[in-house]
Design a binder for this molecule. Structure first.
Ligand code: NAP
Ligand code: MG
Length: 479
């Protein structure tokens, strides 16, 4: 697979390439051209030329049409895109195939947004006759840097918002999962995207990513990934004072009150983490359970974990796939060990799966830890694996305080049949999204993003496009 610069698929200038593998089997899928600083420079130049050139004259309705065509193509190729996501990063197709409507309607939502951008006229108090207004203009060349945990959805959101706002873009996919972004780029060309609107440079974060974040001719970085990398991006962007949006990690609380509907709360709390093998930014990993139901609830969630069908995501029966890579496996099993050393007990899972076919891939059993205290490493750090820390609580004020005692603030869940309690707690959780009697439910019109070290900026909703726009004041003397 090659790099996309302008409308051309090219090899990396260094001639280097890297492997991408199937995490369920360890098999080599293909080699991908490894972009580096020189390739990023060429891609930024192409994006700049298009932005300053023909793209300026492309009207909102034309940008809308490009996105609507892309949505049609993604709908037509949806199964194939899901297969690529599964092959490259392991997510079960059972999960992604069910998201068809949401994914396609996300692109159509941004197509709609392309025709809603408007500034404002302002009544001024100046002496003389002046017409004053605020215009909205695209921010310019955007560098998009994305993680591997949801390649299709992450790539589409970034492309759609850029086109809606009238920006051009250089995308650096994650090295673990570059295949879906590259296939999507082919579909963008097929949809009629002018050359240079979308450029794709697969490669490593420390080289291609770092160059993009520091590039003097990039106007904005839209980053999604860990807070460690987010901090590096913020520093790298200082050189030319780039605009930034940073969507980072989490350690989200999921609070189960004794009056919850347990038939819904048990699978809800389990899938708040086991979905995508826990590789979800807003996973509800700190499961706070009211003490009167703690034993029963934890036993039922552990039982749910034990019954899950773990395997190759291409199998329609598979409910949970592998972790994305050997690195991620090492990281997650390190936390499993650390949790047990610090005194936690695994009510389910607790280790890697190695029997038979599992041995070839990066599989970990769905894990529920009990005897967890708030200060344990597994209750404080983002694991990004299928690991729930179950913690008992006694009363509302106490659980709110503990839920907020984290550096992160991405998501949170509340399970109760008491509406007033749900409302009170939801208002007090310091996080960008709070779900009540649901988890991980996303809609393109609803803003998503973090408080605290989960980042800033919002994806989705009316605020998202605005983050890709500049505001220009126009003060016109009409005397
Ligand atoms: P990551 O290690 O931070 O990497 C994210 C992206 O940044 C990758 O493309 C990576 O490249 C690149 N990168 C690494 N170092 C860089 C540098 N110095 N300069 C520029 N780019 C650099 O995160 P990940 O492991 O891919 O993804 C998991 C994390 O993403 C979790 O923390 C998760 O919570 C977070 N996440 C957040 C959201 C959200 O919406 N808030 C959504 C999904 C995931 P390479 O990996 O190719 O080297
Ligand atoms: Mg891969």
């Amino acid at each position: 697979m090659k790099l996309l610069i302008g409308s051309k698929w090219v090899e990396a200038q260094s001639g280097r390439s890297f492997e991408t593998r199937n995490p369920a089997t360890g098999a080599l899928l293909c080699r991908v051209a490894e972009g580096d600083a020189a390739d990023v420079d060429a891609a930024v130049a192409a994006a700049r030329q298009t932005f300053e050139g023909p793209w300026r004259n492309v009207k909102p309705n034309q940008r809308q049409n490009l996105l609507l065509k892309l949505a049609d193509l993604v709908e037509a190729h949806y199964d194939e895109l899901c297969v690529l996501d599964t092959l490259d990063m392991g997510v079960p197709m059972r999960r992604t195939l069910g998201n068809r409507h949401r994914v396609v309607s996300t692109i159509r939502y941004y197509a709609g947004q392309a025709m809603t951008i408007h500034g404002e006229t302002i009544e001024n108090s100046l002496d003389g006759e002046f017409f004053t207004c605020a215009l909205k203009e695209p921010v310019g060349v955007v560098g998009a840097i994305i993680p591997w945990n949801s390649p299709l959805y992450q790539t589409l959101k970034k492309i759609a918002v850029c086109v809606a706002a009238g920006c051009t873009m250089v995308l650096k996919p994650a090295e673990e999962a570059p295949l879906t972004p590259l296939r999507l780029a082919e579909l963008c060309l097929e949809a009629g995207f002018p050359p240079g609107v979308l450029n794709v440079i697969p490669g490593f974060g420390s080289t291609a990513g770092a160059r993009l974040a520091a590039h003097p001719d990039v106007d904005k970085i839209a980053f999604t990934g860990s807070h460690f990398t987010g901090q590096k991006i913020i520093q790298a962007s200082a050189g030319n004072v780039k605009r930034l949006s940073v969507e980072l990690g989490g350690k989200s609380p999921n609070i189960i009150f004794a009056d919850a509907d347990l038939e819904k709360a048990v699978p809800g709390a389990a899938m708040a983490v086991f979905n995508n093998a826990g590789q979800i930014c807003c996973a509800g990993t700190r499961m706070y359970v009211e003490r009167s139901i703690y034993e029963e609830f934890v036993a039922r969630v552990a039982e749910f974990g034990k019954r899950m069908r773990v395997g190759n995501g291409l199998d329609p029966e598979t409910e949970m796939g592998p972790l994305v890579s050997a690195n991620q496996l090492e990281r997650v099993t390190g936390y499993l060990k650390r949790g047990q050393e610090e005194g936690a007990t695994a009510a389910s899972g607790g280790s890697r799966l190695t029997d038979g076919e599992y041995a070839k891939g990066f599989f970990v059993a769905p894990t529920v830890f009990t005897n967890v205290t708030d200060n344990m490493t597994i209750a404080r750090e983002e694991i990004f694996g299928p690991v729930i820390s179950a913690i008992a609580f006694d009363e509302l004020d106490d659980v709110v305080k503990r839920a907020n005692d984290t550096i992160f603030g991405l998501g949170g869940g509340i399970w109760t049949t008491d509406v007033s309690k749900a409302h009170k707690v939801a208002r007090r959780i310091r996080a960008g999204t709070v779900w009540v009697n649901a988890y991980n439910v996303l809609d393109p019109a609803v803003p998503f993003g973090g408080y605290k070290m989960s980042g800033y900026g919002r994806e989705g909703g009316l605020h998202h496009v605005d983050e890709f726009l500049q505001t220009k004041a126009l003060i016109l003397n009409t005397d």
